[in-house]
Structure formats: structure tokens, C-alpha cells
Design a protein around this ligand. Sequence first.
Ligand SMILES: [Fe+2]
Length: 161
Amino acid sequence: MQIKNSEELFVRLLSLANSAEQQMTKALPKLARAAENPELVEMFEHHLEETEGQLERIDQVASTLDITLKRIKDQSMATLIGDGEEFIEATEKGALRDAALIGAAQRVEHYEIAGYGTLCALAEELGYTEAKNILAETLAEEKSTDEKLSTAAETKINKQA
Ligand SMILES: [Fe+2]
């Protein structure tokens, strides 16, 4: 599938983000079930709610710009989620697994931050002001999730691992 201009690149990246978030709505409940630390469980559950909102924002951006999202799979997200599932299989429930789950979740967050960062920059360049503002809200949520995970790891969970 050819990409001929920045507009088409934006549609492709937005479609990948849509696939990535859909995959996360399935992965986050698994992460929540696998975690032991109640704070971490709560973080995954909270981020699931945020992720559902992020999917709504993607739809909002698509309808604002009259874009039809492509049905493509974000393979990188599938790999990151697969790595997380391997961590679950390789550990017993407890502090060590929690540390591994935080690591897996942060790899996902950094990937998403990169994706939304690019989408915001492209939206800006294309003059999609409303879309940019909507996507910036999601970018801020991903960054805040990443920071909360870092704090949880540094203050408690890694010390128990
Ligand atoms: Fe997300």
C-alpha cells in the first residue's frame, strides 16, 4: 500500500494507533489479573478506562477530518504485548512478576508516546488544529501513565522483587 503524502501518512499512523489501543483493551485486563500489588492492579484498571477514552478520541479525530480508518494491525504492539505475556508465563505471581509487568507496560507506553508524538507533529504540520489538540490529550495521558509506573517501580515494587 503506497503512501503518497503527509495526509495519507497521518491516516496510516492513526489507523495503527487505533489497532494498538484495541490490542491494549484486551491486554490490560490480563495484566491486571496477573499483578499482585494492589496499586499496580489499580493502575492497569485505570489505564484500561483511559484506553477506552483514547479509542473514542481516535474516532473523534477521524470524524473531524472525515477520515476512514484502515483495518491494519499494529505488529509492533502485538510483539510488545507478546513479550509481556511471556513475562507472565515465566514468573509466579508476586513482586518479581510485578516488576516484570511494569517493565512490559513501560515499553508499551514509550512506544505509544512515540506514536502519538509523531501524530501530533504531523497534525500540526497539516493544520489539523482540533485533531492535534485531541491527540495531545492522549499523549499527556500516556506520559502520565509512564511516570506513575516509574514511580511505582522506584518506590516499592522493585525493592520487593
Ligand atoms: Fe494508550
